[in-house]
Design a protein around this ligand. Structure first.
Ligand code: 5GP
Length: 193
């Protein structure tokens, strides 16, 4: 997705530890126009899956905007997994574990059972795919709910980290709007489509 590549080149910053900082348009301040374009692109890529998509699943916080934009085009509900169970959270929940390599901690994500039903066709959307742990946590919850996975849509895949390969080797359809092959020497290089 050329618009996204150009924006990453213009405003993305490479931090130590192979981290791409995109908080001026994705992770903190959000560019609505770009976000809506990602939603349209996800729709174009996944609308011809043999099954109709019933629901979009993401994880708070940064996935929500992009999941919502995709959900608008599919005209389906968007459910986000919560990292912190507040007092108004249902107690009847599916839970999954996510290990964060960046924070070196494991945390629990929860989705109320009332928002995920057996047989529903699920599209998972997230902002980044690195080691794939966040997506695996969501897939585990979808499996517990006996929902069907239609695919995974990612805004930025870090192709030099193992998440994408691991998911695809399990037969998961992963569509990433851009794939970054390297962040070496502060140079952002994209994989050619
Ligand atoms: P994974 O579970 O695939 O290793 O990482 C998923 C999460 O880690 C993403 O949702 C994102 O929040 C965060 N993440 C991983 N790598 C990066 C990065 O280079 N930049 C930013 N901004 N977030 C990242």
């Amino acid at each position: 997705m050329d618009l996204l590549k150009q924006r990453i080149l213009k405003d993305g910053k490479v931090l130590d530890g192979d981290i791409l900082k995109v908080d001026s348009f994705i992770n903190h301040q959000i560019d609505p126009l770009l976000a809506f374009e990602t939603g349209r692109e996800f729709y174009q890529r996944f609308q011809n899956t043999h099954t109709q998509i019933d629901k979009i699943l993401t994880i708070e916080t940064s996935g929500i905007a992009f999941a919502l934009c995709a959900g608008y085009h599919f005209n389906v509900p968007v459910v986000f997994a919560k990292k912190h169970a507040g007092r108004n959270m249902s107690l009847d929940v599916y839970q999954g574990k996510v290990y964060s390599y960046t924070k070196r901690t494991e945390y629990t994500i929860s989705i109320a059972k009332q928002f995920l039903s057996p047989g529903e066709n699920i599209l998972v959307i997230d902002d980044f795919l690195a080691n794939g742990q966040a997506v695996l946590g969501l897939l585990d919850i979808a499996r517990q709910a006996c929902a069907n996975l239609s695919g995974v849509g990612i805004v930025i895949e870090k192709g030099f980290q193992p998440g994408g390969k691991m998911l695809r080797s399990q037969g998961v359809r992963v569509e990433s709007l851009v794939v970054i092959d390297s962040l070496k020497d502060n140079n952002i290089s994209f994989r050619e489509a």
